[in-house]
Design a binder for this molecule. Sequence first.
Ligand code: SF4
Ligand code: SF4
Length: 287
Amino acid sequence: MIVAVASGKGGTGKTTVATNLALAGPDRVRFLDCDVEAPNAHILLQPELEPGTPVRLPVPVFNAAKCTGCGRCVEVCAYNALALVGRELMVFEGLCHGCGGCVYFCPEGALEEAQRVIGVVERGRAGKVGFFQGRLNPGEALAPPVIAAVRQEAAAAEDQLDTIVDCPPGTSCPAIAAVRGVDYCLVVTEPTPFGRHDLEAIVEVLNILDVPHGVVINRADLGDGEVEGFCRERGIPVLGRLPFDPRIGRCFNTGRPVVSELPVWRQTFKRLWRDIRDAVKGAGAGA
Ligand code: SF4
Ligand code: SF4
């Protein structure tokens, strides 16, 4: 079972929920930190990390001696990563998605592929948690290939462990790369008009991707009833309502998991994991 923990925006408590689910839920679990621009689950889980595996992206390398200046490569590049200045081709590597189109279509063989490192996948262990995380190098823009590499490396492990994916916030390409193909997505939100707005956006994406989903409302005793109302209207199950507890923020700030410090929360996250399992089974039965 692969469960993604997502949120329509940052700061909802997504990583707190994901890490505490991992610690309180299954007996053994795999945890993927796919928030590759700012991975921070390791602060709470404290895994011992092994040396990482670089994530590479192919980029074109230009051979001026073979180029006729036809401009075909510039035409086929959908990402504006190429510009022809006279007979000199400029490659903007930060924009290149590594699709290989320019290399394929160059009629003169003036382009070849080289590999560029854009990030790293690290793995390790924290007690019962098999831990994987991706890190996008500073200044790089393309998070999805690093997320795909994290998911591939975790999928290559031969055990059949339940997996929790800590997704990037939002609804853009990185979030989609993290959530695509999972069995269930738990959306962490807050009971505010902004929370409802961001929830609507991510629910739309999950419906398009056909990913079954439910909601956990963080700081549920603050704010208004907008999120509850939206979930009722759409028939989205609210699997958990976590009250505001200033001790949770203190745990996060000191890098200590809530379920280790506050036993009452261990029961809450155990229950939430059980409810997710039931929801996944229900979604499977209804499919
Ligand atoms: S590999 Fe693709 S994205 Fe990169 S420069 Fe060539 S056509 Fe553009
Ligand atoms: S397609 Fe090839 S030959 Fe034409 S401009 Fe680009 S690199 Fe030069």
